[in-house]
Ligand binder design. Structure first.
Ligand code: NDP
Length: 287
């Protein structure tokens, strides 16, 4: 029987269903909505789509959306000055700086400058450290979305062999940590891994975040596995993931499609993190 499709759009809708009530309650208590500032520097067309979708969704949910589009020539100091202003702005609860940044602006410095309690992407080194020590403040949005999709299958992670292909700070490493915290036995693979096919064939849970079409072939999937395909690639027929979907679907028990799998969850988790940030700041202001 072909795998059950894990519907990221439907899972994201479930998350959105709970948010307007929380946004309204926050607004009533505080006389203002929770606020998300999205900073975009440059002209990367893929980023433009991501930024637009994030702003659109935050407006739909009734958040205050603060738009900062800066030209590709903006200096690092100018971006840092903006971040400092947003850190001080009481109407801003979450700050998201869309990556990648132009070469003259250090991503590391910018991420470091964002106030810890407004770091809704969870990229600040201290927030990353907290995640790795099992006490996360903000879980980065894509890994958080992946874990929610895994939960939606009802498959228990405890004791299962989970293989994560890709070791980026953005996806692979945090996902591996979260799987470990849920008691899976985790193997991380990357471009130097030998016998990647054998590693994948052993996986009860397979998360692939590489960015190469058909990096994982259908017959590498263990029968009955749960497959989360994070990759976003473009081919002649549109978007596709890293896993050879049609063949993998014949073997897996559950699989995410691309598009419509992990992507919609990333934005949903950003909205959740923004509300969490707003509510946490409110709590501190009250005490
Ligand atoms: P990176 O380029 O930062 O990392 C890719 C990883 O894949 C690296 O660890 C690299 O290994 C590994 N890799 C490359 N080639 C191979 C190979 N042949 N076999 C095994 N491993 C390999 O990418 P990201 O983690 O940022 O993103 C991965 C994909 O996920 C991209 O397609 C991106 O667009 C997508 N993405 C999707 C999101 C969503 O919301 N759906 C959000 C974020 C990302 P090494 O470290 O050795 O170089």
């Amino acid at each position: 029987m072909p795998a059950q499709i894990i519907d990221g759009k439907a899972e994201a809708q479930k998350i959105y269903a709970d948010l307007p009530a929380r946004v309204n309650a926050f607004r009533e208590r505080n006389g203002r909505p929770p606020g998300l500032a999205v900073v975009w520097v440059g002209e990367d067309p893929a980023s433009q789509v991501y930024v637009r979708n994030k702003r659109k969704k935050s407006e739909e949910l009734g958040l205050a959306s603060f738009k900062h589009d800066l030209p590709a020539t903006t200096s690092e100091d100018e971006v840092l000055t903006l971040i400092e202003r947003l850190n001080q702005d009481p109407a801003v609860d979450g700050i998201l700086v869309q990556m990648p940044l132009p070469p003259q602006v250090s991503e590391e410095k910018i991420v470091h400058a964002i106030s810890l309690d407004k770091d809704v992407d969870g990229f600040h080194p201290e927030n990353r450290g907290r995640l790795f020590s099992g006490r996360p403040r903000f879980v980065p949005c894509t890994p958080a979305g992946i874990m929610t999709l895994l939960q939606s299958t009802g498959v228990a992670l405890r004791g299962k062999k989970a293989v994560v292909v890709g070791r980026s700070l953005l996806v692979g490493k945090p996902v591996a940590m979260l799987l470990l915290q849920d008691n899976a036995t985790v193997t991380m693979c990357h471009s130097r891994t030998e016998n990647l096919d054998a590693e994948c064939r052993a996986a009860d849970i397979l998360v692939v975040a590489v960015g190469k079409k058909s990096c994982v072939l259908g017959d590498w999937i263990k029968p009955g596995a749960v497959v989360i395909d994070v990759g976003i690639n473009r081919d002649e027929s549109g978007l596709c993931g890293d896993v050879a979907f049609e063949q993998a679907r014949e073997r897996a028990a559950f699989i995410t499609p691309v598009p419509g799998g992990v992507g919609p969850m990333t934005i949903a988790m950003l909205m959740v993190n923004t509300l969490k940030a707003a509510e946490a700041r409110e709590e501190i202001n009250r005490s």
